[in-house]
Design a protein around this ligand. Structure first.
Ligand SMILES: Cc1cc2nc3c(=O)[nH]c(=O)nc-3n(C[C@H](O)[C@H](O)[C@H](O)COP(=O)(O)OP(=O)(O)OC[C@H]3O[C@@H](n4cnc5c(N)ncnc54)[C@H](O)[C@@H]3O)c2cc1C
Length: 436
């Protein structure tokens, strides 16, 4: 019997170490160095003097960049183990940087690892894996979102180079990164699946012009981290085409699938943290003569949240297990499912936690608004939930055939007619008088 809901003892020891390490050594960074501009900007001194020593401790435990194969310095743990790790890592904002698993670098590293030349691996992959540089994934366009059928940013071959022209929107981290992986049209007349290609574009290439850096709603600071960028006659050598001409769509699907799953894993940590905070508050706060925890409507909130988190956690771990069994491409239904569930549970549980803390919950003295911002982004970034529902419905329907004849298969009169032919003896019993 293979069903087992516990981790093997050696791995459980690692999980215990991660939990303790994050609580005692990483969470202080969340409190003191909370601004996004600090943790996104590698040239900030905190990275060298504060983060680096923590990363060394993670490496010493053999827990660095665990999503990667051993050849690339990871552990090749597979998605299920990653799920158990990431649900702890998700409890802290700085933890993904501490463990070398932050988006979008984790997915971009995999693309270069698979398709980059030796020189590109030396120049970009190695420092990326060591956490010394950052990267960007530049796909969404202002007029079309992430729908590749409508992309217009394109590249044409010119001698030994490719020349890229067009605009991209929401290219996160572009202003901090060393290179971007840019998805552009190379065969406009080909079917969508074969029309685009991926290019490695060093950030300092002439013509990579940021029009502005977009902020999310409540973020402070003059500039955000999501670039609206114009690629103007950006010239890159032919070997900067990653994974062959026309393979951009397939590479994007593979890359984004892993990223979506990892977001979901970390979200388990976010919502569990919200439940912890709700329980502590309910046991500590009195209102109208009794503790919040004694009010049935509060109990309903706690119980509902617990049930939903349990369901979500099992769904995510099952999706991770499925990827381990059949690969990401064959687990697209499961990945799309957790993608949708991630945004939904995160929004609902964060809002409940915010509410349970009253005015304090809505203030800047608690982390709920930051969490809500991430939760809302989850419903849109990497594709809107509606689009993923379309994927799921398509996949589910593949397992079914249209009904023959006039009536559905479970139409009772038709079933009875059929049973009279195949199970006539049962009718004798059905017609017997009931014993008194
Ligand atoms: C925080 C954040 C970070 C991001 N980072 C990056 C990045 O690093 N790189 C990058 O390339 N992109 C990035 N994006 C962009 C993101 O991938 C897109 O916003 C997303 O794919 C949706 O595209 P869109 O915004 O154009 O929305 P649209 O595609 O215009 O969709 C808008 C709405 O229309 C509805 N809708 C759309 N399609 C359907 C459908 N088939 N059926 C029913 N309803 C539908 C949905 O309600 C949807 O929310 C980021 C976005 C955010 C918010």
């Amino acid at each position: 019997m293979a069903w087992d809901f516990s981790a093997e003892p050696e791995f459980q020891e690692k999980l215990d170490w991660i939990r303790d390490f994050i609580e005692t050594e990483v969470k202080p960074l969340d409190v003191v160095l909370a601004q996004e501009e600090i943790y996104r900007n590698k040239s900030h001194p905190a990275h060298e003097h504060v983060l680096r020593p923590l990363q060394e401790k993670v490496k010493a435990q053999g827990l660095w960049a665990c999503h990667l194969d051993p050849a690339l310095g990871g552990q090749g743990y597979g998605q299920l183990k990653l799920g158990l790790m990431n649900e702890i890592i998700g409890r802290s904002v700085w933890a993904p940087w501490t463990f070398g698993s932050q988006a979008p670098d984790s997915g971009n590293a995999e693309i270069i690892a698979h398709y980059g030349t030796k020189e590109q691996k030396d120049e970009y992959l190695q420092p990326l894996l060591e956490g010394r540089i950052q990267s960007t994934f530049s796909m969404t366009e202002p007029q079309s979102g992430s729908d590749p059928q409508e992309f217009t940013c394109s590249a044409v071959r010119d001698g030994d180079d490719w020349v890229i022209n067009g605009e991209k929107y929401f290219s996160s981290n572009l202003r901090y990164c060393k290179f971007a992986i840019v998805m552009v049209i190379t065969s406009p007349d080909a079917p969508t699946k074969n029309a685009s290609s991926m290019f490695l574009v060093p950030r300092d290439t002439e013509g990579v012009n940021i029009i502005r850096n977009v902020r999310l709603g409540p973020e402070t600071g003059v500039e955000g981290s999501h670039a609206y960028v114009r690629y103007e006659n950006v010239r890159v050598p032919a070997d900067h085409l990653l994974g062959g001409e026309g393979n951009g769509f397939v590479i994007a699907q593979t890359r984004l699938g892993g990223g979506r799953l990892h977001h979901a894993m970390r979200t388990i940590g976010v919502v569990q943290r919200c439940l912890d905070m709700m329980c502590e508050r309910a046991l500590s706060r009195k209102s109208h003569g009794e503790l919040l925890s004694q009010k049935q409507m509060v109990q309903d909130v706690l119980a509902t949240s617990w049930i939903e988190i349990q369901q979500f956690r099992l769904q995510v771990l099952h999706a991770a297990w499925t990827v381990d069994q059949v690969g990401g491409h064959n687990a697209r239904k499961e990945i799309a499912g957790v993608k949708i569930a991630t945004a939904k549970i995160c929004q609902e549980v964060v809002v409940r936690a915010m509410r349970l803390h009253g005015g304090l919950g809505l203030s800047n003295e608690m982390p709920f608004f930051d969490m809500l911002q991430v939760a809302l982004a989850m419903g849109v970034a990497d594709g809107a939930s509606e689009v993923h529902k379309v994927t799921i419905a398509r996949k589910i329907l593949k397992d079914y055939e249209p009904q023959e004849g006039l009536w559905p298969r479970d139409h009772r009169p038709s079933q009875l007619d059929e049973m009279r032919k195949t199970h006539s003896h049962l009718f004798e019993y059905a017609e017997m008088e009931l014993p008194v």
